[in-house]
Design a protein around this ligand. Sequence first.
Ligand code: NAP
Ligand code: GLV
Length: 310
Amino acid sequence: MAILFSSKTDDPEPWRAALAAHFEDLDFRVWPDDGGDPADVEFALVWAQKEGALKHYPNLRAIFSLGAGVEHILRDSNLPAGVPIVRLVDAQLTRDMTEYVLAWVLYYHRDHHRYRAQQAARQWRALPPVVAADRQVGILGLGELGRASASALAGLGFRVRGWSRTAKEIEGVACFDGAGGLGEFLDGVEILVCLLPLTPETRGIVDGALLAALPAGACFINAARGGHMVAADLVAALASGHIAGATLDVFEPEPLPAADPLWSHPGVNVTPHVASITYHKTAAAEIVEDIRRIRDGGRARHVVDPAKGY
Ligand code: NAP
Ligand code: GLV
């Protein structure tokens, strides 16, 4: 069975090894040196493939994303028609994201951003504590990742609310949906976490107006995509003091250019797109399960709706 691997950033070798453990007849081809007959290729594993590259494989049965997001696939305006695109849903990916979100929510909740500034000024001053039950955290996006983070935060006793496109019911989480529910969702959110997919509807959603709807002193954590936030608006909100801190894992472009002022902004923590890194062993097992389903005449489990963009 021929599988095409195409990624500018991921090492193909761990994937080759992980898939070879499941398929004795594996013919693993790395784009663009794929050799062989393109007509043999049944499946593609990709991260940001070259525009039009997948059109050269006439018998593709599915395109698997190497991550949860799929905007890096869908931006190709020359995709082969009718081939399902499958996003990655993997318990390890979800656990790692939950850890990242918990770490930074706790950082802001326990005022570490303020103590960091106090340390720089050699200032010994205890700030009045706020208990988790009085802290309002909001999660944009209640999918695989957002739901898990929301539930984990609720389990720690936080007041948690979440926002999604369609209505949800999650124990311990106040759920809001749709454009009409966004304003009510934002009202009182002191720590805002973005876990949305990047689509035409969600691009630029974290702009000046959204940040202004948060209470003064709110903090922002972006673990989704750089395109969700309007960086200039965030910098302005930080400068005015309305936003007290931001932790950013994702940027446009990536890597964040060395000259970008976000690198040295005292109110910003930068991480290099590591909130949840795909772990090839568990992710390959999920992809293998879907390949088996497709070869048995079924469907992959997490097929993207290109019209929705996720
Ligand atoms: P998912 O399961 O597809 O969930 C997406 C959530 O966003 C759903 O709740 C969906 O609402 C909601 N949503 C989408 N469009 C919306 C809109 N216009 N208005 C309101 N809500 C909307 O995605 P996921 O697996 O949780 O992943 C989310 C994103 O995290 C990925 O797309 C990726 O960009 C990012 N990510 C980042 C890292 C990192 O390391 N930084 C790692 C993994 C993933 P419905 O439930 O109603 O459909
Ligand atoms: C990482 O950013 C992913 O989409 O999994």
